[in-house]
Design a protein around this ligand. Sequence first.
Ligand code: GAL
Length: 516
Amino acid sequence: MRQWAICLSLMAPLALGAADFAGTWQMERDGQNGQKTVTTYFFKTHGNAFTGTYVSVVNGVQDQVRDVANGAIDGDRMTFDLVAWDKVARPTAYKGQLQNGELTLVLANPPPAGGRGGFGGRGNANAPTVLKKTSDASEFHMPAELAHRPLEPLQPIPANGLAQTPPMGWNSWNKFNVRIDDKTMREIADAMVASGMRDAGYVYLTIDDTWEGRRDASGVLHANEKFPDMKALADYLHSKGLKLGIYSGPGLRTCQRLEASYGHEEIDAKTWAAWGVDYLKYDWCVSNGVYGPEEMPAAYQKMANALRSTGRPIVFSLCQYGWLNVGEWGAAAGGNLWRTTGDISDNWNSMSTIGFGQNGREKYAGPGHWNDPDMLEIGNSGMSTTEYRTHMSLWSMLAAPLIAGHDVRSMPDAIRDILTNREAIAIDQDKLGKQGFRLRQDGETEVWEKPLADGVAVALFNRGGDAARMSVKWSEVGVTKSNPKVRDVWKHQDVNAPSEFTAEVPWHGVVLLTVK
Ligand code: GAL
């Protein structure tokens, strides 16, 4: 009996020997709106350790390639880290178990119920991934249509001379989402003129995602049936003193999984120039499936070069959510503006978190190259008039692009008055081109300043839920002259405040001043 026990205990490590995880493991799942996701892991084992690659393909489009690191095998169990695509953000730890030929993966540190994370932040991160082995191949190879020599590192290019002040205009996404078409664009154009928005400076009208049709045999990308004649639309806008913006991205597909510009940068730039396009928003989105992080600046520069070689002045807007410290290289890559955050939504929390979070980025902004904290939500009904005034004031203090995104055809007077406040716009568009910054914070109140070519703009923001009494001394904002000219931008009134200013600021509200 004793001998058997010894014998069994010696055999145990062999009997429970490490399961064979090497090879290709796959899971297909159907998501909302008929979305089909194929998740594939390629694992390469070295004894009880392993490395690998994670690939996600959504509706046939490869949208993520990430490294697997620190893999450790313990019998039929395993743990590993899924490295963030940018290789900078924290990796996601997974644990897995092999049972009956199925490898079940779950997050090692699941977020609280309802949280997001894992699998690129899509879907229910806590749902297990159940993989089946599909082959012994342990190495991932780029599909032929995406294989390319790694892009050369960024070669800084000189400024294109455009956007000497932050671009102003309107974009279809926030209000119309995928429901934008030629008729709506023309009606918005008419309303921009009739409402006075054009004359206030909002001239770039951009068609965001979902204009894209198919490429023909020669590689030329055509608009879909929603836009029967892009050149005619551009002509219409130009005849009204407006400009046309369009949308694409460096990957194979856009965010809405429509045709993007990968491998067609030059031909697309030529097509847009021939239509009369004046502005391009270039959205990274699923380009993670094509390019590694070290290629991102060069992928943007590729399009900047293509736009330059058309000879047409086209403002270049980078949309990659502020990844990889874009302020450090966005201008060198040919960008006139670059998004610094994920998408804004029409509520106080989203707007204020994004807006106030811009402090510290002021060193990257200046004439020709601007930080873009995303488009305006003013007029989309999710915030109060007071909050929309704060939105407009904050974006103006930030020298942010002022890209409206509401239904201009039916805007109430109160919304028009906010968006066309010439004094707020003058702060945004000030030719010195300095982005404002936080001077001080006291609980939920914040005083911001923005140097102007003549004087300084000062904003007293109250982020709290009750009215607050706030004060600022001119000496704090570097104004030394006695009795400066002080102007309340929202009241459109001069203010008598020889050396300091005090006011009751409503909750979520602002007092915006210029001091000269
Ligand atoms: C997002 C982008 C949005 C909008 C959308 C269109 O990536 O941040 O502003 O362009 O794609 O699909």
